[in-house]
Design a protein. Structure first.
Ligand SMILES: Cc1cc2nc3c(=O)[nH]c(=O)nc-3n(C[C@H](O)[C@H](O)[C@H](O)COP(=O)(O)OP(=O)(O)OC[C@H]3O[C@@H](n4cnc5c(N)ncnc54)[C@H](O)[C@@H]3O)c2cc1C
Length: 223
């Protein structure tokens, strides 16, 4: 559409603003492999167009009184002309929602220490109908697939509850989960950055705390 209108487009924005003096749209997005946040302006062309990274913004309530015409239409396959070809399809694990659509996420980080210690994460996740997420470090260590990665080079998520277990709270991770409605952080280090973003912080061993939580929920269910 941008090409047809002979204008520019900034894709995958994580922040949008308007420059008061000029009316330029300020389009912020990660650049150079996510190492910097670049703010892009298109002063010479109109209209100004941008797309946003899923879950970065809460959708507005439709306002038919606003300036401009609001048109709803279904996007069907025949409307999309693409040179892309489907080579393989890898579904997400059975019964697992993708992290992007999950309402409850239990994310593990390097503080779990070894892949076997992911077990209480899955166990608790099953108990509360959650989805397992991950920091990049454990994805890079191949404990879990990239589809679970939360953060700048992973997914941006907006669940009702986000439990971060053994995750330090690096800016690149925070960028993907700070829009969660309620954040629980578990970390052995009481000065860990993740606690600055948490609604509840639990200082202690992540494996012990997750196991205890799962056990107490399991015994509640048995009653
Ligand atoms: C361009 C770029 C993009 C990136 N994109 C992403 C991204 O999308 N997502 C992402 O997550 N990262 C991303 N990163 C990496 C990021 O900078 C961090 O390296 C990563 O998030 C750290 O992962 P972590 O918190 O699991 O591990 P660590 O930094 O090693 O932290 C482990 C934490 O566990 C705690 N801990 C240790 N033992 C225990 C225990 N027994 N119980 C409880 N807590 C314990 C420690 O105190 C520490 O806080 C990116 C980096 C770059 C440069």
């Amino acid at each position: 559409l941008a090409a047809l209108l002979k204008t520019g487009l900034t894709a995958d924005c994580t922040g949008l603003d308007i420059e008061e003096e000029t009316g330029n749209l300020l389009q912020t997005r990660p650049a150079i492999g996510g190492n910097i946040m670049a703010t892009i302006k298109t002063p010479n062309h109109r209209p100004q167009m941008a797309t946003v990274r899923p879950k970065t913004f809460s959708p507005l309530i439709e306002d038919y009184e606003s300036k401009g015409e609001l048109v709803n239409f279904d996007v069907t396959q025949d409307l999309v002309q693409t040179g892309a070809k489907l080579i393989e399809f890898h579904p997400i694990g059975e019964g697992q929602k993708g992290v992007q659509d999950a309402e409850v996420i239990i994310a593990g980080g390097m503080g779990l220490r070894k892949v076997e210690n992911m077990e209480p994460v899955y166990r608790l996740s099953k108990m509360i109908n959650g989805t397992v997420g991950a920091s990049r470090k454990i994805v890079d260590s191949k404990w879990i697939g990239h589809e679970a990665q939360v953060g700048l080079s992973g997914h941006t998520v907006k669940p009702k509850i986000y439990i971060a277990a053994g995750i330090s709270g690096a800016v690149q991770h925070i960028a993907g989960m700070q829009t969660a409605e309620f954040i629980v952080a578990i970390n052995r280090d009481r000065n860990a950055a993740i606690f600055n973003f948490a609604d509840i912080g639990l200082v202690g061993d992540a494996v012990e705390i997750l196991t205890e939580l799962a056990e107490s929920l399991e015994s509640e269910v048995k009653r």
